[in-house]
Write a protein that binds this ligand. Structure first.
Ligand SMILES: NC(=O)c1ccc[n+]([C@@H]2O[C@H](COP(=O)([O-])OP(=O)(O)OC[C@H]3O[C@@H](n4cnc5c(N)ncnc54)[C@H](OP(=O)(O)O)[C@@H]3O)[C@@H](O)[C@H]2O)c1
Length: 248
């Protein structure tokens, strides 16, 4: 395990932080990337500087992604895993009221950002020896079914399914695995608003159950640890009683 190297984006909080720390505990060298350097420094200090590196990065900026991968190679020499996790939502408003700027911001992070990071990882996996690696994209239950008033988030998360499958198909020739984790209601800063009530399809609101984010981190460690001959193409990890499976 000593020489397996991962980049986790969106690692300053929530799922990215939990998954990054869990990977370190499982023996991975982990690069924690996000925009808030103070948060990253705090997390990396708890992991040890031989095991972890903090890199301030904005995934929606090509030059920032380039810098993230350059810093990773400089410190650890290769890359085995990208957990493509950084993401954001938009305020829940009817689509006719969503400002175009907000739409573009969500697309820039959730889709363009994940593409830029996946492309940089794919390039590195192809060129290194031994060749190959794994990209785990963070989709969502919203990659399958929308919440009311979520056109930007839902559109980007559906698109991530296409990105995952293209990686899984094109990557075969180079020992590159493409995986997707679709999460429902993990307790993170992003889902705090669920405690107050979420808009539902029937027009009302519902306080929704959440689950411990550690269950997501454990799933990521399992997916990451598979040999390159095996791949979890899709996994759904969700709060058991959240409204999804029963059409509400
Ligand atoms: N929590 C859930 O139940 C759930 C369900 C389905 C899908 N997801 C997905 O899981 C991922 C993480 O969600 P979360 O719940 O952990 O959210 P969160 O607590 O809000 O954390 C989001 C992370 O993304 C980072 N980030 C946002 N924009 C970024 C950018 N432009 N460049 C780099 N990093 C950026 C944030 O760090 P900085 O602000 O420091 O940049 C933060 O570390 C997202 O893709 C989300 O869609 C979550």
């Amino acid at each position: 395990m000593a020489d397996r190297v991962a980049i986790v984006t969106g690692a300053s909080a929530g799922i990215g932080e939990a998954a990054g720390v869990a990977l370190v505990k499982a023996g991975w060298k982990v690069v924690f990337a996000a925009r808030r350097g103070d948060q990253l420094d705090r997390i990396v200090a708890g992991c040890g500087k031989d095991q972890a590196l903090a890199v301030v990065a904005n995934v929606s900026r090509p030059e920032s992604v380039q810098n993230l991968f350059a810093k990773t190679l400089e410190k650890f020499g290769r890359l085995d895993l990208l957990f493509n996790n950084a993401g954001m939502g938009a305020p829940p408003v009817p689509m006719d009221e969503l400002p175009y700027e907000k739409w573009k911001e969500v697309v820039d992070v959730n889709l363009n950002g994940m593409f830029l990071c996946a492309q940089a990882a794919y390039r590195q996996f192809k060129r290194q020896h031994p060749q190959g690696g794994r990209i785990i994209n963070n989709g969502s239950i919203s990659a399958h079914a929308p919440r009311p008033f979520s056109v930007a988030y839902t559109s980007t998360k559906h698109a991530i399914t296409g990105l995952t499958r293209c990686i899984a198909l094109d990557g075969r020739a180079h020992d590159i695995c493409g995986s997707q984790i679709d999460i429902g209601n993990a307790a993170t800063p992003m889902t705090e608003r669920m405690l107050k009530g979420m808009p539902q399809a029937h027009g009302g609101t519902l306080v929704e159950p959440r689950m411990d984010v550690q269950h997501v981190a454990d799933a990521v460690v399992y997916m990451a640890g598979l040999p390159k001959e095996s791949n979890v193409l899709n996994i759904t990890v969700m709060a058991t009683k959240m409204p999804f499976v029963g059409r509400g």
